[in-house]
Design a binder for this molecule. Structure first.
Ligand code: C5P
Length: 235
């Protein structure tokens, strides 16, 4: 697989000008950009359309979580925008996940619906406070099973969770189930505010199919060189 198929650059900026600058600087070293709630809230659909129109793939990370009808409708709109991947919260339940997947299948081939299991900012104590028994990993495995059984095309998970997921569901996932892993830092670089980080090679070895990298690329003095270095580590 071309390592560029595995790299997703997070565009965590607030203006189209800032996004354009990063995309231009990265050049051909990345094919896919993650648009999250910051850029989407600031600039909305035009920011996504511009990327799609320029031939880039967009991972729309808005983490939908609502009633099935509403999420299905939102997924249809995202498909219209031309995004290639999007996120929903697995904790929205099986009917919601199924509605998202059906909307994606009806609208467009190859729109990946990825389920977010447990946010990595939450620990076992936080789960207890929102009424969940058991630890984070139990919950991740439970929600990944729900995502799988409702047709989702993958999950977002830390590298640590990726390894546990591959171990638990290796067979059922099949070849194409995506595990998209953030919290990736090239060997030897700083951690920013990420508490637990892995290198690109470690993430892929743990079972990630895609890695999301933000600041190490977007804030580098030479984003293309940084992206190429990462590709070299996962190629
Ligand atoms: O700059 P950095 O590489 O830390 O960016 C990582 C991206 O992945 C950010 O957009 C962040 O919101 C997202 N993310 C994360 N950890 C998660 C889920 C998403 O860092 N568990």
């Amino acid at each position: 697989m071309d390592p560029r198929q595995r790299l997703i650059v997070a565009l965590d900026v607030s203006t189209p000008a800032a996004a354009r600058k990063i995309v231009a600087a990265v050049g051909d070293s990345a094919l896919t950009y993650k648009v999250g709630m910051q850029l989407y809230t600031a600039e909305g659909p035009p920011a996504v359309r511009e990327l799609v129109d320029s031939g880039r793939r967009v991972f729309l990370d808005l983490k939908y979580h609502d009633i099935p009808n509403t999420v299905g409708a939102a997924v249809r709109e995202a498909a219209q925008l031309g995004v290639s991947m999007l996120t929903v919260h697995a904790s929205g339940g099986g009917k919601m996940l199924r509605a998202a997947v059906e909307a994606a299948l009806a609208a467009k081939l190859n729109l990946l619906v990825l389920a977010v299991t447990v946010l990595t900012s939450l620990d076992d104590g936080d789960l207890g406070k929102i009424g969940l028994r058991g630890g984070v990993l139990d919950q991740v495995l439970r929600l990944a099973a729900l995502a799988l059984s409702n047709g989702c095309h993958g999950v977002v998970a830390s590298a640590q969770e990726a390894a546990a997921l591959r171990k638990e569901f290796g067979q059922e996932f099949g070849r194409d189930f995506a595990i998209v892993t953030p919290g990736v830092r090239p060997a030897g670089s700083g951690h920013d505010d990420q508490a637990r980080v892995v290198t690109p090679a470690e993430a892929i070895a743990a079972g990630a199919s895609h890695i999301v990298v933000g600041r190490p690329i977007t804030e580098a003095s030479d984003p293309a060189a940084e992206a190429r270095a990462i590709l070299g580590q996962i190629g």
